[in-house]
Design a protein around this ligand. Structure first.
Ligand SMILES: [Cu+2]
Length: 273
């Protein structure tokens, strides 16, 4: 049972351990290494087998929950004490505070939109981009160039929507919690944070920036808070079944074999502080 903590509550030793495990996963040469996660996110960004597994569909939340769980498992193979921390961007908005410190995620790109120059992921020698639709070989950020960070009121708006999702179960869904959280409908915190960080975070290979996992951990936490209020059961997920080209509750979250129903209640494997 893992406890996922706020990035602002990590000790220096916990920050060091997390970065070390991430670097070991990156250096791994076989199996599900760091670049496997980048590649999988790129592949599943679009349509696979007629389904939008990862994005712009009901399965956005369970797919990323499974993706994060497998990533966390990958880190724990190197250090069993490590869990994914979450970046609560409602409160942590300063570039001089967590998670942007020199001993953790590092700061902005050079001149506000170039390669990251500080922290453990700055420069190709420390953190080489191997899998990407763009040619840059080091990590880029353009923090704050576009968009804005979500507010507490934005998150509350989402928590108050009791319906998980509505037809057509896409970015065009005009109601439901999922599309408001993901980005097809306002207030769109998931999409806004990707755009606000910019650089690799605004591309399909966004997991190249380790900040991706801290951001998505917070998205997962917000879904968990919603579930805590409205129910963790599989019945709270929509669509229930028989919906063509949408991942129904009993369908697998490819490339994983776990179904939506397998991941809706996460409390047996991790909780949030
Ligand atoms: Cu995302």
């Amino acid at each position: 049972m893992g406890i996922r903590k706020n990035v602002a509550a990590l000790t220096a030793a916990e920050r060091t351990a997390f970065v070390a495990a991430v670097k070991k996963l990156k250096a791994k040469t076989t199996g599900r290494n760091y670049d496997w996660f980048v590649n999988t996110h790129m592949t599943y960004f679009g349509t696979v087998n007629g389904h939008n597994y990862a994005h712009w569909s009901s399965s956005f939340l369970p797919w990323h929950r499974k993706f994060l769980l497998e990533f966390e498992k990958g880190l724990q193979a190197f250090d069993s004490t490590v869990t994914l921390p979450y970046w609560n961007w409602v409160n942590e908005q300063s570039l001089t505070g967590p998670p942007f410190t020199d001993d953790f995620m590092g700061g902005n790109g050079r001149d506000g939109s170039g390669p990251v120059t500080t922290g453990p992921f700055a420069g190709e020698a420390n953190w080489r981009i191997n899998v990407s639709p763009s040619t840059a070989k080091s990590l880029y950020r353009a923090i704050g160039r576009s968009g804005s960070l979500p507010t507490a009121a934005d998150v509350q708006t989402i928590l108050d929507v009791g319906t998980y999702d509505v037809a057509p179960w896409t970015s065009a869904s005009n109601d439901g919690m999922r599309n408001r959280l993901e980005g097809g409908l306002s207030p769109s915190p998931h999409g806004r944070v990707h755009v606000w960080v910019g650089g690799h975070m605004a591309q399909t290979d966004s997991p190249n920036d380790p900040l991706f996992f801290l951001h998505h951990c917070n998205i997962d936490r917000i879904w968990s808070r919603w579930q805590n209020r409205w129910g963790y059961g599989a019945a709270r997920y929509q669509p229930g079944g028989g919906t063509a080209n949408v991942v129904d509750v009993d369908e697998a979250l490819a490339p994983f074999t776990a179904t939506v129903a397998d991941v809706v209640d996460h409390r047996g494997s991790y909780t949030y502080t």
